[in-house]
Design a protein around this ligand. Structure first.
Ligand code: SAM
Ligand code: SF4
Length: 440
């Protein structure tokens, strides 16, 4: 069995949100720092880290099916399996009991201890660590080394909002902000390593504070780094929006004209039952202020359909809100009861067929507005940060300032900032004509 000796190669598979992608990168860096090698694509790894998501039911089922598949494919020599992320935090003991193929379980605030746990698991000691120390993890991780043109930087973790449907406050713990100087240093290293765009991440990223500054202060400090061209942040909460953050969109040219501000529902009764502590009108007024500061800002949001007790009329309020906003993009989900959350115990759970139908109608409205936003961008001239090659020869793919995917052909390379004219729009991407490139 591979488990009987220390693993030499590893693969980290991350599911779910961008914060998990960031954690997955940090785990890979940590393992590489301790002398392990990332298994090349198509080759089996001695250690597979499943960096999981617990936000909806399907995400959890996927973990168990992945474990089963890895054990089966490994035959006589299955890899060591580590379950990390929010499923590990929420269901650590259950995973250990239900899946004997799992060697170790590590929560999102404890993964800096992975190497020691792997060493124990290699000796046959199955281990679980789901401690939630506040900021210790970041100090214990090795420094960043490599970066693509667009990098993530987690600045805030956890959540104190306790929306009644959500597991995050239980799996990620209380809201904490990472320290200013450590963040500035990490941003600097990312830029030295090739990042031209940094997306600041947090469950409630705009709750970030060091006591003296808010997120706008952090954005402005990071914007001073020479070589960094773009800053984004996600995900924001309506209650943590400050005047300073809105003004930063008018004042800081490196801050991209894009805002992801989830609302969840257009019905005030449903919002109250969700414990969202903002109203639909209050949300719309906030968006107006962002638009005043930055008239071309692209708006994005999250929606849940079929929250317990949601009526047809309340769902119609959500559709009306979508019509009023005209989102450039948005995410929409069927409500998924999460064990231990207040909403899971509420009466009047909405039947699955009703949720299916509402989700289809909501997504049709969002897709309509996304296409309209993309079509309205045609003839615009903008910079595209080149992230990778396209499928066709000579084709490149990158992002516009409004986070649209843009394809174009011509002389360029990854990390370039290409000046393009947007000439054609589809629902999910645009086609651009190259005018000029500024080399990375
Ligand atoms: N903190 C962010 C906020 O409040 O907007 C979002 C964090 S959460 C990881 C991302 C999205 O997942 C939420 O905005 C919500 O739409 C969705 N979500 C969370 N719990 C859910 C549940 N139980 N069922 C369906 N969707 C859910
Ligand atoms: Fe979950 Fe609400 Fe916190 Fe967002 S604000 S992470 S939806 S509890």
């Amino acid at each position: 069995m591979r488990q009987s000796r220390a693993p030499q190669t590893f693969r980290v598979k991350s599911f779910g949100c961008q914060m998990n992608v960031y954690d997955g990168e940090r785990m890979a860096e940590l393992l590489a720092d301790r002398g392990m090698r990332a298994a090349p694509e198509g080759e089996d790894a001695d250690l597979v880290v499943l960096n999981t998501c617990h936000i909806r039911e399907k995400a959890v089922e996927k973990v168990y099916s992945d474990i089963g598949r890895l054990v089966k494919a490994g035959g006589e020599t299955p890899p060591m399996i580590a379950v990390a992320g929010c499923v590990a935090q929420a269901e650590g003991e259950e995973i250990m009991a239900r899946a004997p193929g799992v060697g170790l379980v590590v929560g999102p605030q404890a993964y800096h201890r992975l190497p020691e746990m792997i060493a124990r698991a290699a000796k046959g000691e199955r281990a679980a660590d789901t401690d939630m120390p506040a900021d210790a993890k970041f100090a214990a991780l090795p420094s960043r080394r490599r970066s693509g043109p667009s990098a993530f930087l987690t600045v805030q973790e956890g959540c104190d909002k306790f929306c009644t449907y959500c597991v995050v406050p239980y799996t990620r713990g209380a809201e904490i902000s990472r320290g200013f100087s450590g963040l500035l240093r990490e941003a600097e290293i990312l830029v030295e390593a090739g990042a031209r765009e940094i997306t600041l991440l947090g469950q409630n990223v705009n709750a970030w504070t060091d006591g003296a500054r808010g997120l706008d202060g952090l954005i402005k400090a990071i914007a001073k780094l020479p070589g960094l061209q773009r800053i984004r942040y996600t995900t924001s909460h309506p209650n943590d929006v400050t005047e300073g953050l809105i003004r930063a969109h008018a004042e800081e040219p490196k801050l991209m004209p894009f805002l992801h501000l989830p609302v969840q529902s257009g019905s005030n009764r449903v919002l109250r039952a969700m414990n969202r502590s903002h109203t639909a009108d209050g949300y719309l007024r906030l968006l107006d202020r962002f638009r005043e500061a930055r008239p071309d800002i692209a708006l994005s949001g999250d929606f849940i359909v079929g929250f317990p007790g949601e009526t047809n009329a309340e769902f119609a309020d959500t559709l009306r809100l979508v019509d009023a906003v005209g989102y450039a993009q948005a995410f929409s989900f069927k409500y998924s009861p999460r064990p231990g959350t207040p909403a899971a115990a509420m009466d009047s759970q909405v039947p699955r067929e009703v949720m299916d139908e509402r989700l289809q109608r909501l997504q049709a409205a969002i897709n309509r507005d996304q296409l309209a936003f993309n079509k309205a961008s045609v003839d615009r001239h903008c910079d595209v940060l080149v992230e990778r090659r396209g499928k066709k020869p000579g084709q490149w793919l990158g992002k516009s300032p409004w986070l649209q995917s843009v394809f174009f052909e011509g002389e360029a390379t990854i990390g370039d900032m290409a000046a393009v004219e947007l000439v054609e729009a589809g629902p999910n991407s645009l086609h651009g004509r190259l005018r000029e490139t500024v080399a990375a």
